[in-house]
Design a protein around this ligand. Structure first.
Ligand SMILES: CC(C)(COP(=O)(O)OP(=O)(O)OC[C@H]1O[C@@H](n2cnc3c(N)ncnc32)[C@H](O)[C@@H]1OP(=O)(O)O)[C@@H](O)C(=O)NCCC(=O)NCCS
Length: 432
């Protein structure tokens, strides 16, 4: 418990499912989060289901509470005025390597208590504690682009909305090697984590999923907080009969034109599985359009389509934001596809990992040495910029052009680009 100036205290406690100690406090906390995101008041069932998944994830809930008198007839003191939650999952940092990361979520501050430093306090404390606990990376997804750069977070992956025309012109140039079959959505309660685990190991930028995803994909717990009977599921079988992909989807109804299927979750552990699931989606009768809000920016589908213009509209947006908490540890954790030497001068607005670091890569492994502050650096950059280039999805040459990286040694931004490249396009299928 920590005191804050201005009659507040911070409390941290684990998420507890129904019947466990701490359930009432967690239930009040979750309602405050829903309020912060402008949701309707959650039903008791929705709260119970959400907290069961939070407990499974080992979430730690943080609340800021008023300690003095609360205004008469206003919400009581046990309702937090600010919320924040964390869970630990692995991040794929390229070439099959993973790094345990502190995921930050559920950030809200009640309107009547905003701009008093509550977010800054929760974030600063949490990141410091995570670093002290040996965690080298923090991650979040942002509702607004302006909030998190000041805390050292940088955009590290992107996604886009695609609307794919699946009328007669839709054709994927691919000879199937496996097959697709419809399944009862509930099979995903068992299968989804295993299939996702395989995708996670293959995909740079992927974050381990929270328990809720298997509930979502199987229709057990929709975004509205209850069973979603509209969910349908198709499984992909590889040539040897192993299930190596699935798509969870729903038809948006006869009032939506063109008739549309919306992808709820598409998880494919391999190139054939991905293209064959798209062949399946494109073959659904009576449907003219398939939409997917979480498609990759660099999408093999666009290159496999006979007519790439079937992807009729798209808009791209930032997805994963990363924040390196321990530069030496994070840099040594990566595998590098090229050898080389770079000296990085890293600034950190929270003072967690500022310093000048010599990165010496040989045989794909980096030895990182901390140099005296007076040492000359090839690149000078903020920790948010280093976090952005760390997964290879953001180009250091572009960040130099934007003034976010200062290139003291000509050519070193290009060198950084080569060093930080990953084996395939970064994509994160986990929102949190
Ligand atoms: C975003 C939010 C959590 C900020 O909380 P807060 O307690 O008011 O923030 P703080 O007072 O600690 O402000 C910290 C800094 O961030 C800035 N800031 C906070 N929210 C900002 C926003 N939306 N846009 C731009 N700057 C913002 C503040 O100006 C302050 O800057 P400074 O420290 O350089 O002076 C709060 O406005 C909120 O609950 N918004 C709705 C829910 C939401 O968007 N959550 C984010 C989910 S990803």
């Amino acid at each position: 418990m920590a005191e804050l100036s201005g009659n507040y205290e911070i409390r941290r406690f684990p998420a507890a499912s129904e019947g466990k100690d701490g359930y009432a406090e967690a239930a009040t906390w979750i309602r405050a989060v829903a309020f912060g995101f402008h949701e309707s008041r959650r039903t008791p069932e929705h709260v119970a289901k959400s907290l069961a998944t939070y407990e499974a994830d080992g979430r730690i809930l943080t609340g800021v509470y008023q300690t003095g008198e609360v205004a008469p007839s206003s919400l009581p003191a046990d309702v937090p005025v600010a919320t924040f939650a964390t869970l630990r999952k692995s991040l794929n940092i390229g070439f099959g390597r993973t790094l345990e990361s502190q995921l930050v979520t559920a950030v809200t501050v009640r309107t009547s208590h905003r701009r008093r430093g509550l977010l800054r306090r929760m974030m600063g404390e949490d990141l410091r504690l995570a670093r002290e606990d040996g965690i080298a990376m923090a991650a979040l997804t942002a509702s607004e682009g302006t909030i998190y750069g000041r805390f050292g977070f940088g955009v590290a992956s992107f996604e886009r909305q695609v609307n794919v025309d699946t009328t007669a012109r839709f054709s994927v140039r691919h000879q199937p090697t496996g097959s697709v079959e419809i399944a009862d959505p509930k099979v995903l309660l068992e299968l989804a984590p295993e299939i996702f685990g395989r995708v996670h190991r293959l995909t740079p930028g992927s974050i381990g999923r929270q328990d809720w995803y298997r509930q979502l994909a199987s229709g057990s717990l929709g975004r509205e907080g209850k069973e979603d009977p509209a969910i349908k599921v198709a499984l992909h079988y590889s040539a040897d009969g192993t299930v190596d992909g699935y798509v969870s989807y729903k038809f948006l109804g006869w009032d939506t034109e063109p008739y549309t299927v919306e992808v709820v979750d598409l998880v494919a552990a391999g190139n054939s599985a991905y293209l064959e699931l798209w062949q399946f989606l494109g073959a659904i009768d009576l449907v003219e359009r398939v939409s997917w809000a979480e498609a990759p920016l660099d999408d093999p589908l666009a290159w496999a389509l006979a007519d790439p213009r079937c992807i009729v509209s798209s808009d791209s947006r930032d997805m994963l934001w990363l924040r390196i908490l321990d530069a030496a540890k994070a840099l040594e954790a990566r595998h590098y596809p090229a050898d080389g030497h770079l000296v990085l001068e890293v600034n950190d607005p929270l003072g967690l990992t500022a310093g000048t670091f010599a990165v010496n890569v040989q045989g794909g492994h980096a030895a990182v040495e901390r140099l005296p502050e007076s040492a000359e650096a090839d690149l000078s950059l903020d920790i948010s910029a280093l976090s952005s280039i760390y997964l290879g999805a953001v180009c250091p040459v572009t960040l130099t052009a934007a003034g976010r990286i200062v290139e003291n040694t000509p050519g070193s931004a290009l060198k950084a680009r080569q060093l930080f490249a990953v084996e395939r396009s970064t994509h994160c299928l986990t929102h949190f």
